[in-house]
Design a protein around this ligand. Structure first.
Ligand SMILES: Nc1ncnc2c1ncn2[C@@H]1O[C@H](COP(=O)(O)OP(=O)(O)OP(=O)(O)O)[C@@H](O)[C@H]1O
Ligand SMILES: [Mg+2]
Length: 234
């Protein structure tokens, strides 16, 4: 479904991605793990066209999306939930969700998707009139994911959805991610929470200073000696 080939990317003189090859098959959860500054967010921004992509290829269902504008990538069905939530703080929960279904194809399915996200996140339904910025950190993360789902994605890109959440909430966020996949959305996840994110992943990649150094099934990576030492403190 998504194919990234030999992607190189620099911010000015600073080279951040070095020959990255990553594939995501339809129906998979694929996790990219890596430390702070490894280039995880930059990788997602290259896909969703939040930066002008570097050299190399990125295709989605055989369409070259490096030539698309950001909104066209969304129209293809690739939707990013950005790092740090980035909801609209002065808008209500309901308004935030409606913003998510702004593109034409999603607007038609707005009511259906609204029901779907309220079933998945009953807390958002209870708080539909509350201002986004006054929701708790965990609620804002749920709102950010729900807003992404309102765009009716085929591929959902999640940038550190568990960041800053309590252990209990981290667990429920990962359960929700697994549930989203069950409902037919393919997921590419970047995370520093190596244990939880590889546990739910079909396959994973380890990114170190902008290079893919390991790739394998999620479970195999959890048992990999390097991953255990460098990321799991075992
Ligand atoms: N807009 C930018 N301009 C210049 N350098 C940047 C910019 N954004 C990120 N960088 C640099 O690129 C490198 C990779 O950053 P990136 O945000 O992709 O890392 P990350 O893996 O997402 O890290 P984290 O886990 O901390 O979110 C870092 O060294 C960062 O300082
Ligand atoms: Mg990041």
């Amino acid at each position: 479904m998504l194919k990234i080939g030999n992607l190189n990317f620099s911010y000015g003189d600073l080279k951040v991605l070095w020959g990255v090859d990553i594939e995501v098959q339809e129906g998979e959860i694929v996790t990219v793990v890596g430390a702070n500054g490894a280039g995880k967010s930059t990788l997602l921004k290259n896909i969703s066209r939040l930066v002008k992509p570097g050299s190399g290829s990125i295709t989605f269902n055989n369409v070259d999306i490096t030539k698309c504008a950001a909104h066209e990538v969304v129209e293809q069905g690739v939707v990013q939930v950005p790092e740090g939530r980035k909801i609209f703080p002065q808008m209500t929960v309901m308004e935030n969700l409606r913003m998510g279904s702004f593109i034409a194809s999603a607007r038609k399915k707005r009511d259906l998707n609204m029901d779907r996200v309220f079933t998945m996140f009953p807390r958002l339904k209870e708080r539909e009139k509350q201002l986004g910025g006054t929701m708790s950190g965990g609620e804002q993360q749920m709102l950010a994911i729900a807003r992404g789902l309102m765009a009716d994605p085929k591929l959902l890109l999640l940038d550190e959805p568990s960041l800053g959440l309590s252990p209990l909430l981290v667990k429920s966020i990962f359960e929700i991610i697994a549930e989203i996949r069950k409902q037919g959305v393919t997921i590419m996840l970047v995370e520093q929470n190596v244990f939880q994110s590889l546990r739910i992943a079909d396959r994973g990649y380890v990114l170190e200073t902008g290079r893919v150094v390991l790739k394998d099934k999620g479970e195999a990576l959890l048992n990999n000696e390097h991953v255990k030492k460098a990321y799991l403190g075992l």
